[in-house]
Ligand binder design. Structure first.
Ligand code: AMP
Length: 424
């Protein structure tokens, strides 16, 4: 127990952190180019925010939240997603005063009591963007293009963009009625959750993961037949904009997404080779959300991208790792009397930005050379007794095995020059 991380969580170890950082940096850089500013909200919020914001008939709220009562008797929840929190921060900090639309992005851990499997964790990480304050389809298009751009810049191939319109409070009631009429004869065959969803929110039945419900839902009436004029126009404008951006997409009338707050645009980007967990990112428009959590009526759109999933996709494609670990210099020194010199040299090299390592546990000369190899060292500097007495050390090129005696005084300069030459 004590030596195992909780189920559904994972340590991210140094060997993989380089890939994480590369992915996160790409996300930050692209967001910056698109004019989205980073926001960092608390990891936990009042439970009420998610009940109101995500919708109390969703799987996330019904089954997956990490909720507890704190010492002040408040009900607190570890954030299962970040849109509700960002919208809360937008209202609380009056971010609308800073110009419209407010364009934000975030990166951080989310928590859901899900059934752990490959690509499905209890603590996972999402990158996401929210554009709050603009209603026209052009902002939907920007957000979708941004998501695709990040995945393209990361070098992912075989991506599939699915889009749909889930309508608005004007066109949903007709669809809801059509769904109830459709599901009514199947009520006995639906799972218990879906039977309760039938009354509360039949749209959620389309999202159920139970095979029997899935099969019944496969031929349920889709929303495209009920869209009001405003939603239809919005949806066709979006398609025209995506075509203008030369972004391929497919229409998927069954794409409803797992959270209640979506209106009009819903979209998902999949990497099909990942099978059951192929969704890398999903999002949509949430025109009622700001008002629902107590702010002024304000439209918004956003998405969240699973970082673990993106990394799994990159791994599947054979694109990982992004960087190789290496050391510029390994200082080999076995004599206690050279310890201060070796330590001082290491400090000087590090000041110059050279990744420098030394032996910390009293290895033999041979074992230190082995260690230098293991660390993928570019150079070794060997402090031999006789050389040091003459103010010299041996510089060994670890790739070619070429060795030269060099002056201790000029060594920093020499190494820097080598590094510069290699980076050119
Ligand atoms: P959602 O917030 O449910 O719309 O999910 C957005 C994206 O986050 C998904 O497309 C996944 O890439 C990722 N994601 C959602 N839930 C999990 C999870 N339990 N573990 C890992 N990634 C997840």
């Amino acid at each position: 127990m004590l030596t195992a991380a909780p189920r559904g969580t994972k340590d991210i170890l140094p060997a993989t952190v380089a890939s994480w950082r590369y992915v996160e940096e790409t996300m930050r850089t692209v967001s910056d180019i698109y004019g989205y500013g980073e926001i960092r909200t608390p990891i936990f919020e009042h439970t009420e925010l998610f009940l109101r914001g995500i919708g109390d008939t969703t799987d996330v709220v019904e089954k997956e939240m990490y909720t507890f009562t704190d010492r002040g008797e408040r009900s607190i929840t570890l954030r299962p997603e970040n849109t509700a929190s960002v919208v809360r921060a937008y209202v609380e900090n009056k971010l609308y005063a800073e110009g419209t639309p407010t364009k934000l992005f975030y990166i951080g851990p989310m928590f859901r009591y899900d059934r752990p499997q490959a690509g499905r964790m209890r603590q996972f990480h999402q990158f996401g963007v929210e554009a709050i304050g603009a209603a026209p389809a052009i902002i939907d298009a920007e957000v979708i293009v941004l998501a695709a751009d990040i995945l393209n810049k990361l070098g992912l191939k075989d991506l599939k963009l699915l889009i749909n319109s889930v309508g608005c409070p004007k066109c949903r009631p007709e669809h809801r009625q059509k769904l109830r009429n459709y599901f009514h004869p199947y009520l006995e065959e639906l799972c218990e959750d879906c039977r309760s969803r039938y009354d509360r929110n039949p749209l959620r039945i389309l999202d159920c993961k139970q095979p029997a419900c899935k099969q019944i839902a496969a031929t349920a009436p889709t929303l495209d037949t009920c869209l009001c004029e405003e939603c239809s126009i919005h949806f066709s404008e979006l398609q025209s904009l995506l075509m203008a951006a030369k972004l391929k997409f497919e229409l998927d009338a069954n794409l409803v997404r797992g959270l209640d707050y979506y209106t009009k645009t819903a979209f998902e980007i999949q990497y099909t080779p990942l099978g059951a967990q192929s969704a890398l990112c999903g999002g949509g428009r949430y025109d009622g959300l700001v008002e629902q959590i107590g702010g002024p009526a304000t439209p918004g759109i956003g998405f969240a991208m699973g970082i673990e999933r993106v990394l799994l996709a990159l791994e599947k494609q054979g694109s990982l790792p992004f960087s190789h670990n290496f050391v510029d210099v390994f200082i080999v020194s076995t004599e206690a009397k050279h310890r201060d010199l070796a330590f001082n040299m290491m400090k000087q090299f590090r000041n110059l930005g050279l990744k420098t390592e030394i032996d910390f546990i009293g290895r033999s000369l041979k074992a230190q050379m082995k260690q230098a190899n293991r660390l993928n060292a570019r150079h070794a500097i060997i402090l031999g007794d006789e050389e040091v007495a003459r103010g010299k050390v041996v510089l060994r090129d670890m790739r070619t095995s070429e060795q030269n005696e060099v002056n201790i005084d000029g060594i920093s300069k020499l190494l820097c020059k080598t590094e510069v030459r290699e980076n050119e």
